[in-house]
Design a protein around this ligand. Sequence first.
Ligand code: AMP
Ligand code: GLY
Length: 414
Amino acid sequence: MKILVVGRGGREHSIVKKLKENKQIQKIYVAPGNAGMEEDAECISIDEMNIEDLVSFVKEAAVDLTIVGPENSLNAGIANRFQTENLTIFAPTQEASWLEGSKSYAKDFMKKYAIPTASYGVFQDADEAKKHVAEMGAPIVIKADGLAAGKGVIVAMTEEEAYQAIDDMLICKAFDQAGSTIVIEAYLEGAEFSLMAFVHEDKVYPMMAARDYKRAYDNDEGPNTGGMGAFAPIPDLTKEAYQFSVEQILKKTAEGMMSEGRSFTGILYAGLILTKYGPKVIEFNTRFGDPETQVVLPLLKNDLVQVIQDVLEKKEPNLEWHEEACVGVVLASKGYPGTYKIGERVPKFDDKKDTYIIHAGTKKDNESLVSDSGRVLLVGGRAETLSEAARKVYAQLDQVELKNNFYYRSDIAK
Ligand code: AMP
Ligand code: GLY
């Protein structure tokens, strides 16, 4: 079997590493990948948005299965294009990926199918949006409707912050077209968790829940990022809340999407918050979460290709999980998610037992690995308990010298 993974970040490296456990796979390609993945897969220099070249490559190389990481490719219709060519791909169509591609679409969908989420309004006019904020009061949440690399959400603790966010998005076009429509949402309180599932039409096979850390600095301070770390499983998530989320959120969503003629195939990700009234949806993603994937896939006992094949054939994949815990901590460029330098020498880590290195944004400069993005790599650890897994990760991170070029949060899973 030959497999292509589309994408270039930590999530894709994690998928590649999981695929590598299967010794029957003849070849794993990743497009475009990054330099740090080269020892695990063959990197093909085709951009994830260049769907035509991806189609040609898959035909020429006789790739049997394509797995897609990033939302941009999904929104651009990669699955539709592959299906037209009769190429096997595990990814939602453009129509189905609207659940992530438009927050107002997702909110209207949830309202229609009575899926628990925060109350909301949709605005294009700044004055009307501000009037709504004045009526609702703070805290309140302002979201760019379209894709904004995880940065289009402002949790405003004061009305002034909310007005500023509205001006930034609707007047100053901080997120271009992605922010020309905004969703304003009631503020919800509670612990957050991420729940992903393999989905095909009305069949939903949930994974283990995980928690990610979106804020840049310790104690959840600083700006929102793409994710600074994650862990799984979640000790404070009850069986009831998990089951409720599967039945009342993921399954209802899969069924609702079928009723809408947007039948879903791929990974459905619900970002959830445990309110005192039960779990509610904060966001949907239509792909593997990053960095959740980096702590969930290592705990999956099953072979990933077998799972995907079963799911596509509507066979029960019987997911099984190691009774262990995983913690992942992201090493980011100093300044991320604001401005930062790339091209800084990436520290070398010991390949110690039970820790693993996932490359998110690295490239080669002569023979050394240097940084190539805000999130550079993730150090992951697996152990019997979360605290032991965290200890292993921090033992790795503490031994490298960061020379003021990189930073990481020191409170992941603590
Ligand atoms: P998102 O990109 O939609 O996941 O939002 C980023 C982060 O903003 C979430 O992880 C939450 O911490 C926060 N957030 C989003 N929506 C809400 C809400 N309605 N109430 C409180 N916090 C929220
Ligand atoms: N960890 C959240 C995301 O993948 O968007």
